[in-house]
Ligand binder design. Structure first.
Ligand code: R1P
Ligand code: URA
Length: 287
């Protein structure tokens, strides 16, 4: 018999829903699109043929519905990998834990989870308005210091540790090849640097001077096996790592709204995000 998970570890609300997401198993589809901004949820679900469930708790807004005969869920996550840890753990519990007996189910269910997010390019030849799929992600946050070791190459993490003189080793994870292979040439492929913040952790200076001098130059020029890092954002490595450990198929798709080399911000950012949304829905709704 598997362990009974205590009430203080897997917390359920009075209606039986999971603590932060406020979802019950029947509210979730096995294909999930995620967005950072709660207001972006309806920008995705406007393309659904029907919506049969809506809820909100904190920054987690959920709509579940159908396009044709495919059931899909869209959820907002807020910003940062700490939110992604909560999201992934609770989504996984909805399908892989029997919430009544509080035991892990004997048969594993795999979710497909696709992030539709914004991002800043660190290469001049990836302009604002581009769509980019994160083939790999490197996490500069410390979330993975608290989970089992990730399988696979960690070469980027080791090089970044040296390059930036960090006191910890960033973690490295790949996207789901199953999902990546479904993309067409609308998407560039890249290696995403997931940062624990928007300003100094991405080399931005407003009033406080970042501790790491010339961060953008240092990370954008690093080259391993002919590949360079392509873009900054704040969640992808957390998604890929939690997905790898929990057994879900993960893909992060980015609308490039800033170019950190040229100093440009996309004047049409809302349109670029809408292009990302309908391009991704069209691809993943194909039979
Ligand atoms: O547009 P979203 O999905 O929120 O993604 C990006 O935008 C936010 C910062 O502005 C961070 O969450 C970053 O990852
Ligand atoms: O530069 C950017 C743009 C969007 N999101 C980020 O995290 N960074």
């Amino acid at each position: 018999m598997s362990r009974i998970i205590p009430e203080s570890e897997l917390i359920l609300n009075a209606d039986g829903s999971v603590y932060h997401l406020h979802l019950k198993p029947e509210n979730l589809a096995s294909l999930v699109f995620t967005v950072g901004d709660p207001d972006r949820v309806s920008l995705v679900s406007q393309y659904f043929d029907s919506i049969d469930f809506k809820t909100q708790k904190r920054e987690f807004v959920t709509h579940t519905g159908r396009i044709g005969d495919k059931r899909i869920t869209v959820i907002s996550t807020g910003m940062g990998t700490d939110n992604i840890e909560i999201l992934m753990t609770e989504l996984d519990a909805l399908v892989n834990v029997d919430l009544k007996s509080r035991q892990i189910k004997p048969d594993h269910t795999t979710l497909q989870i696709i992030r539709l997010g914004t991002s800043g390019s660190m290469q001049e030849n990836i302009p604002v308005g581009s769509l980019l799929a994160s083939a790999k992600a490197i996490g500069l946050d410390t979330l993975m210091q608290f989970y089992p070791e990730l399988p696979g190459s960690q070469v980027w993490g080791k090089h970044l540790k040296d390059k930036l003189s960090l006191e910890f080793t960033p973690y490295q994870v790949e996207a789901s090849s199953l999902l990546l292979d479904q993309l067409n040439s609308d998407f560039l492929r890249g290696i995403t640097l997931t940062c624990p913040g928007f300003y100094a952790p991405q080399g931005r200076e407003i009033r406080l001077r970042p501790k790491l001098d010339q961060m953008i130059e240092r990370v954008s020029e690093l080259e391993i096996d002919g590949e360079r890092l392509t873009n900054f954002e704040m969640e992808t490595a957390g998604y890929y790592a939690m997905g790898k450990l929990l057994g879900h198929e993960m893909l992060s798709l980015n609308a490039i709204v800033a170019n950190r080399k040229t100093g440009e911000f996309d004047k049409m950012a809302e349109k670029t995000v809408d292009t990302l949304i309908h391009t991704a829905l069209k691809l993943f709704m194909k039979k």
